[in-house]
Structures are given as structure tokens and as C-alpha cells.
Ligand binder design. Structure first.
Ligand SMILES: C[S@@+](CC[C@H](N)C(=O)[O-])C[C@H]1O[C@@H](n2cnc3c(N)ncnc32)[C@H](O)[C@@H]1O
Length: 285
């Protein structure tokens, strides 16, 4: 058989490339999947606004979202009305640009009430926030007590006089176990939380998020985390040490079946033993 000319072969390769059917993973948008899997902005904003109102007897208006990523909470905050303003802080332009396009721009002029800073979360706000939060354990990037104290101290100084600082955390013996937890999402993909490794001496962990699809494709390690796994009591101690007047743990109630959480978080002193939990620490200036 005569050898094909180089140009003919190139054209054939191009055609074959064009014909290659894209997998679901190829077509997926990792930030969209992240928001669907991990975030509950309506519930979170409702919780933050209600806690402030209950503690301070007035409405919180200026909000700050540390480690804001796609600024989903910021977008939901300013949607509450024309008096509501927000600032977000993140060091990575990629999620922030995605968030501007998909979460803020669709709000039209209201988006002008949000300022996103491509800056370290330890830097000061333009205006002292009434409510400042760090969600989804992002502040666990600070691995030493000195770093965490410094971050909390700066948050304390930066708040409005009546301000509150709210952080979430997860705990329970399962958070130290190397394991993969799969959640089948209504939107037709599987969210996988992969606790890959845990080192007990520094209490550090390496975890990933993968997304799996019904055609067998996968967005492997769509997100990676290297964290210190902090304990609730030690975080509370640090918040008190840096000057917060009062720190309360908001613990989740249980469903009627008595087994799963009901999404309602209220202040509690002791909590109860469970394999895995998510809780909030609410620190008042
Ligand atoms: C897990 S994402 C958080 C996304 C979203 N805010 C949430 O609650 O799910 C963590 C974000 O923290 C950002 N980040 C990491 N270190 C940071 C720092 N020192 N200051 C500000 N942002 C930081 C990363 O760029 C990333 O977007």
C-alpha cells in the first residue's frame, strides 16, 4: 500500500479529533458543580443574618466573605436589598472571575454593592463588617497556632464594634479517617469528598473533591486541599485569646429519625457524640 501523503494524514487526524465525542467531564464546569455540591447560600445567609439580629437586636448590613472563591455568599447577601453591601477576599483570580461572571453580573446594578479583593484574607476591609465569615473550613490553610491567632486577631480588630465573626468547622472521629464519601446529586452527577491522607502528629490532612458522571467520565481532583484539621475547643480557645468577648458554638439539631442533622443550628454548651458533624463558632467582638 502506498504511504499516505503527510497533508492527507493531517486532515484525517483533524477530522477524527473533531468527531471525538466530548465526555460529560469534558463539558462540566467545576465551579458550577462545586457550588451545587458544597454550598447552601440561602440557608447560610439566613443563618448569618438571623444570628446577628438575635445577638445585636438590629440588622447586619455590611458583610465580609473570607476565602470567597466564586463569591456566592456575597452575591446572596447583596440580593437582600439596596442597604446591603459586601466585600469578598480571595487570592486566586480564577474563581473570583468566574463568580463575577456567573454570580454578580447577573444581578445588574446591585453588583456594584459588592467589592471583591484579590487579596489575602488577613488584610483589612474597606469598611468594618457587621458579619464576617470564613466558610467550608477554608481558614484551615493556617496550620500553626501562631498563624491562626494572627488571622483571628486581625478579624477581631477589623470588625465593626458590634460585629460578629462566624466560622464553620467539621469534626467527629470520621474526619480523621482516610475515606471517600459519594453523594449522588439530583443534577445527575456524583460529588466525591476524598479524605486521602491524615497525619496525626501535626493533625494535617490532604483531601480532594472529584466529580463523577453517568458516562463513566470523571473530573479527578477538581479541587485539592492541604489543611490542618483543627478541633472545636482549640479554635474556641484561640478566638477567646485574641480578644473576642464571647464565643458560642452553634450545634445542629437532629431530624425526626434521630440520625441525621436537621439544618437548624442553635447555641449549645456540650453537643453530643457523633461520627461526623459540622458546627459553627460565633465570635462576638
Ligand atoms: C474551599 S475554597 C472556598 C470557596 C467558598 N468560599 C466556599 O465557602 O466554599 C477556598 C478558597 O480560599 C482561597 N484562599 C486560600 N488561601 C487564601 C488566603 N490566604 N487568603 C485568601 N484566600 C485564600 C483559595 O483561592 C480558594 O478560592
Amino acid at each position: 500500500m502506498a504511504p499516505k501523503s503527510k497533508t492527507k494524514q493531517k486532515k484525517k487526524d483533524k477530522k477524527q479529533k473533531k468527531r471525538k465525542v466530548k465526555s460529560m467531564a469534558d463539558k462540566a464546569d467545576k465551579y458550577e458543580l462545586y457550588q451545587l455540591s458544597v454550598q447552601s447560600p440561602e440557608e447560610d445567609i439566613e443563618f448569618l443574618a438571623n444570628v446577628y439580629r438575635d445577638l445585636r437586636g438590629q440588622k447586619a448590613l455590611h458583610f465580609r466573605e473570607d476565602f470567597c472563591g466564586t463569591a456566592l455568599l456575597t452575591a446572596h447577601w447583596i440580593k437582600r436589598g439596596p442597604d446591603y453591601t459586601a466585600e469578598g477576599f480571595d487570592i486566586d483570580t480564577e474563581p473570583v472571575d468566574w463568580g463575577i461572571k456567573h454570580n454578580l453580573r447577573p444581578l445588574g446594578d446591585a453588583a456594584d454593592r459588592a467589592v471583591l479583593h484579590i487579596q489575602d484574607a488577613r488584610l483589612p476591609s474597606d469598611k468594618p463588617p457587621d458579619v464576617r465569615c470564613a466558610q467550608n473550613f477554608s481558614y484551615w490553610v493556617f496550620k500553626t497556632r501562631a498563624e491562626m491567632s494572627d488571622y483571628f486577631r486581625r478579624a477581631h480588630v477589623d470588625l465593626d464594634d458590634d460585629g460578629i465573626f462566624v466560622i464553620d468547622l467539621h469534626g467527629g472521629p470520621e474526619c480523621f479517617e482516610p475515606m471517600e464519601e459519594e453523594t449522588e446529586m439530583d443534577e445527575g452527577f456524583t460529588y466525591v469528598w476524598d479524605q486521602d491522607e491524615y497525619w496525626p502528629i501535626p493533625s494535617e490532612a490532604k483531601s480532594y473533591i472529584h466529580f463523577r458522571f453517568t458516562d463513566g467520565s470523571e473530573l479527578h481532583r477538581a479541587f485539592s486541599y492541604e489543611w490542618r484539621v483543627w478541633g472545636l475547643a482549640e479554635l474556641r480557645d484561640i478566638l477567646e485569646d485574641v480578644g473576642f468577648a464571647r464565643v458560642d458554638c452553634y450545634w445542629e439539631g437532629t431530624d425526626e429519625d434521630g440520625e441525621s442533622g436537621n439544618g437548624i443550628f442553635t447555641p449549645e454548651d456540650k453537643g453530643e457524640h457523633c461520627l461526623s458533624y459540622v458546627a459553627y463558632l460565633v465570635a462576638q467582638k
